[in-house]
Write a protein that binds this ligand. Structure first.
Ligand SMILES: Cc1cc2nc3c(=O)[nH]c(=O)nc-3n(C[C@H](O)[C@H](O)[C@H](O)COP(=O)(O)O)c2cc1C
Length: 184
């Protein structure tokens, strides 16, 4: 098969071989205001201990809050929430109401101050471990403190058919996992 060379800038990289799991990331600022923002530069970096990375623009509220108090929750939505996830990219100033105003519901997390988002199906509570800077972007290395999932998915034969997680592919383009295959 003939190979076609493609532009490797993030805006033009099409199609993308790297799918980033989309999460609504909750953080809190010094006044206790909750911030919600969609992020997809997320994945495991180590398994012992369980640690994940989060890539973020350094000017975003998410980055500022994480640098301030070191805690966040990665709330993973199903594909039913895609419209709300993209709408959450619209920046609101602290105190303008982040969660309820976006049609979402906050519930307490188990181990950290930022809340979980009820409508999301999977929640990973994290604490800042380290940060690496790349010009106007930074990568947070986060220790995983707790995780929780909707009971129906936990009990299902194929939880992914219920979780239906969404993955960023290109600007304005996502993919969904709607089933899983067990090899044994
Ligand atoms: C699906 C989706 C995924 C995104 N992923 C990221 C990401 O991984 N890192 C990032 O810095 N911005 C990402 N963005 C953009 C920001 O989340 C967006 O600019 C956001 O409003 C910043 O909000 P904040 O200042 O409250 O953190 C993404 C936006 C969308 C819609």
């Amino acid at each position: 098969m003939e190979k076609v060379s493609i532009d490797v800038s993030q805006r033009n990289w099409h199609p993308s071989p790297l799918a980033g799991p989309i999460a609504l990331v909750t953080t809190v600022d010094a006044d206790g205001h909750v911030n919600v923002a969609p992020k997809s530069l997320i994945n495991f970096i180590t398994v012992r201990p369980l640690r994940v990375f989060l890539g973020c623009n350094r000017e975003h509220h998410t980055a500022r809050n994480l640098l301030g108090n070191g805690e966040c929750v990665l709330n993973f939505p199903g594909d039913d929430l895609v419209a709300k996830v993209w709408a959450a990219a619209e920046v609101r100033e602290p105190g303008e109401g982040e969660v309820a105003a976006r049609g979402l519901t906050d519930i307490p997390a188990e181990r950290v101050a930022p809340p979980r988002i009820l409508e999301c199906r999977y929640h990973v509570e994290c604490r800042f471990e380290a940060v690496h800077w790349f010009q106007d972007e930074c990568v947070f290395f986060l220790d995983v403190l707790a995780a929780s999932v909707d009971r129906d998915a936990f009990s299902a034969k194929d939880p992914y058919a219920i979780l239906r997680p969404v993955f960023f592919l290109e600007p304005g383009t996502y993919g969904t996992i709607s089933s899983s295959v067990h090899l044994r």
